[in-house]
Design a protein around this ligand. Structure first.
Ligand code: ADP
Length: 785
């Protein structure tokens, strides 16, 4: 220990730390010894530690595309590596190998980042080191590419296997409804729950408790899964929670000794309104918001909240997280979420489309992206969640851009008992015939859909059986179900501009080859062609994926089993990660200047030369470009769209690999273009535009984006805020009134000044003036926790 403390104080990076910091690093750090040629870190692995070399040397290298190994660095005693993980949390993009026997000290990332914030000198040194290593990384093209690949090479880039948990822990997932309590206990060492239960018909004399768990008889080597059921007396929700606690801690069949072993609880909450775009640790304010949104989900939110409060009572020590069904769809653009009703009525009553099933739509999209080994940010996905509730979602490069359910889960596809899309005039018509609100509610929510159409059942299996036996109404119900679904797949293919993955999930989506096949019929024009043989034979198991595409299908057609509980556990881990970067050192008060982004253009060198000439000089005097392609002087171009033309659009250097037009919403309208919100550089499937400079016109086939709200900051600021590159945050902006903007992407680079970039229309809407500033509010979501 003493030896380690001495080493820490002698490490250049850490030499300014005070005694207390050195003590905590020494006690949390773990000494690890590697043999010669042993691998310490592999490309793709998650970087969770800062490493200090105590003795010996390591080689930092990467394999290029021709299979040659390139050595980047040799590091020795007192050197550190893994510092990028503190900043970006990305997978490692190089390999680190012991050149001889090496002794190292590994320090958990969270501990290290919290310690250095208190030491200005150490922070400065770390930032310098990071700047040097970032510029080295940027210089090597192969390494840049490797960074993208590292994500794919990582086995669990989205933490779906809980690899993002810092330590093994037990997480309880709760889904508390009006008359049922569903729960799953996870240990993060396994994606399958240790124990699951469903207490049904709470408040009646017929409550039942179904359970499944792993039982190990004394003579057995390994536990086996077992299901059993007990009659219980659950006269109210409080009693049901005690029954759950007793079952989980049952000495014979339970999964834990003490309830206190559970460190975190993830609660499914149906409605997060327009306030929550990610899971969040529960505070009194979060509970109040859930209460406020009860008007939008009266059959769910009050019971979800009751569950939260029961858990607080019986397990006060655990972290509680709310995971919202609506959160994933908060990225929908206005054109997708607005109803064409008078604006004021919509605004005053929170009437808009919210969408549901978000947790599972997000889950299956992430699972599929890992399966096809392509980052979610590169894919156009349509997810078909066909269970009792049925919905479909269009996911553009990771963002939900439309979904079939709306203000309530009644909109969209044909469901077990819900009607889905109807003419709202039908409701008026029926009410004029004398039906009361409650009767209409029952009619459309409980007596329509498959049940209403078939007159037989809401259960798809029974409908299929009856249809096979010749029942005409059952046949009709099936046909209408598939027709409506196909119509939506077509519509979503149109709004995505094509589709890369079509995913089926949910009880019907996973089990019915017939439905999958009928939904896909005729969609070969969109490149969606399932293989009938594979489709018929597919049997998808929990946690697994089946590919049923035919070889000629441009889109991959996949079946992914739904697992909302696993996703809630994953979201709980992520939300716990978001708790850590508390605003430290008063950074919450640090003003972030605001730039209102107007449209601007980034050009590739060939496009630049086409527009402005190859050897461009201004007035025959100064060159316009320096050697890096940075512009010395302002250049501008005009943009020509299908509707009109906008002049004086500035051109920003340096050169890009591909030209990109970042357009403001105002100009988007003037030009008559609908551009997607994208991260800079992500141009697949974006609309084209014509640029004009003097007599020259240049047509870009693609490249117009609405750039995503973002904050630029230096590594120093990022570490000060406790943030990492690519985090998504909420910022508070003091305009005429205080506005909180979510979905704000953090971009960290050594050259960046602290600045929030907002679109001009957003800034106008928030009443932002020249002098307005923003403040960091909270961390919304973080990948690779
Ligand atoms: P929930 O939406 O309540 O989670 P599920 O995802 O379990 O429900 O889906 C239930 C639906 O799946 C029911 O309509 C059921 O009939 C249907 N289903 C289950 N197995 C099959 C099958 N083999 N063929 C057709 N439908 C099935």
């Amino acid at each position: 220990m003493k030896d380690i403390k001495g080493l820490i104080s002698h490490t250049e990076l850490l030499s300014d730390l005070g005694g207390e910091c050195v003590d905590s690093i020494a006690s949390a750090g773990v000494e690890v010894v590697f043999r010669k040629d042993e691998s310490i870190l592999k490309c793709g692995e998650m970087g969770r530690y800062l490493w200090i070399i105590i003795e010996g040397t390591v080689e930092v290298s990467f394999m290029d595309s021709s299979g040659n190994r390139n050595v980047l660095n040799i590091l020795g005693g007192g050197d550190v590596f893994g510092e990028m993980s503190v900043l970006t949390g990305e997978p490692v993009c190089a390999d680190v190998t012991a050149r001889e026997s090496v002794r190292t000290l590994k320090i958990p990332r969270e501990l290290f980042s919290s310690i250095i914030i208190g030491s200005a000198a150490t922070l400065k040194k770390l930032c310098h080191l990071i700047s040097v290593r970032i510029s080295q990384r940027e210089e090597i093209e192969e390494l840049k590419a490797k960074r993208l690949l590292a994500k794919i090479e990582n086995e669990d880039p989205y933490g779906l296997n809980f690899s993002s948990a810092n330590a093994h822990m037990k997480i309880l997932v709760i889904n508390c409804g009006s008359s049922s309590l569903k729960y799953s206990l996870f240990d993060t060492s396994d994606i399958k729950p240790l124990f699951e239960g469903l207490i049904d018909k709470i408040g009646t004399a017929m409550s039942s408790h179904k359970m499944s768990g792993r039982i190990k008889a004394p003579e057995e080597l390994e536990a086996h899964e077992e299901k059993w059921e007990a009659a219980v007396e659950a006269k109210d929700i409080g009693k049901a929670f005690h029954i759950m606690e007793a079952a989980l801690t049952d000495p014979v069949r339970g999964a834990i000794k003490e309830f206190g072993e559970i460190k975190a609880v993830g609660h499914r909450v149906v409605h997060g309104g327009d306030r929550f775009s990610a899971a969040i640790a529960i505070t009194p304010e979060v509970k109040q918001a859930i209460r406020d949104f009860s008007a939008l989900a009266p059959l769910h939110n009050p019971y979800n909240l009751a569950g939260i409060e029961e858990m607080e009572r019986i397990l006060p020590g655990a972290v509680a997280v709310a995971v919202f069904d609506t959160a994933f769809h908060q990225t929908m653009p206005e054109q997708a979420y607005n109803y064409a009703i008078p604006f004021d009525i919509a605004a005053n009553n929170h009437i808009r489309r919210y969408g549901f099933h978000g947790t599972n739509h997000n889950f299956v999209a992430l699972m599929a992206s890992v399966y096809v080994k392509r980052p979610l940010e590169k894919l156009r996905i349509i997810t078909c969640h066909f269970g009792n509730g049925v919905s479909i979602c269009a996911i553009d490069h990771g963002r939900s851009v439309d979904t079939s359910m709306g203000l309530t889960p009644l909109e969209g596809l044909v469901m077990g008992t819900r009607c889905g899309d109807i003419d709202p005039g039908l409701v008026l018509h029926l009410s004029r015939t004398g039906l009361k609100t409650a009767e209409l509610d029952k009619l459309l929510n409980k007596e329509s859909g498959l049940k209403g159409l078939s007159g037989i059942s809401n259960d798809m299996r029974e409908i299929i059986e009856s249809a096979d036996a010749g029942d005409t109404r059952a046949k009709n119900a099936l046909t209408i179900f598939c027709y409506r679904a196909r119509k939506y797949v077509g519509a979503y293919t149109a709004i995505l501009g094509g589709v890369d993955l079509l995913i089926f999930t949910g009880g019907i989506g996973e089990n019915s080859a017939e439905i999958r096949s009928r939904v896909c019929q005729g969609l070969d024009v969109f490149g969606i062609i399932p293989d009938e043989e594979k489709n018929r034979k597919a049997r998808v198991k929990r946690g697994l994926i089946e590919d049923i595409s035919s070889p000629e299908s441009a889109a991959r057609v996949l079946i992914v089993s739904a697992d909302e509980e696993r996703m809630i556990a994953r979201e709980t881990i992520y939300a716990m990660g978001c708790l850590q970067p508390a605003v430290r050192l008063g950074m919450g008060k640090k003003a972030i200047p605001i730039s209102v982004s107007v449209s601007h253009v980034h050009l590739s060198r060939p496009d630049f030369e086409t527009l402005f000439g190859a050897n461009i000089v201004s007035n025959g005097q100064k060159p316009l470009l320096n050697d890096d392609g940075q512009l010395f002087q302002e250049l501008s171009t005009s943009l020509i769209g299908p509707k009109g033309k906008v002049d004086d659009i500035s051109v920003s250097g340096p050169f890009r690999d591909e030209s990109q037009v970042d357009i403001s919403r105002t100009d988007e309208f003037k030009l008559g273009i609908d551009a997607p919100i994208r991260n800079s550089g992500d141009l697949e499937g974006t609309p084209g535009i014509t640029l004009e400079s003097g007599p020259v016109r240049l047509r870009l086939q693609r490249g117009v984006i609405l750039s995503r709200r973002h904050v630029h900051m230096s590594p120093e600021d990022a570490l000060g805020f406790g943030l990492r590159d690519k985090d998504v945050i909420h910022v508070r902006v003091d305009g005429i009134r205080e506005t909180v903007f979510g979905d704000c992407l953090v971009k960290v680079s050594p050259g960046y000044d602290l600045r929030l970039h907002l679109d001009s229309d957003e800034a106008n809407a928030a009443g932002i003036s020249q002098n307005s500033v923003a403040f960091f509010d909270s961390l919304q979501s973080r990948e690779y926790v």
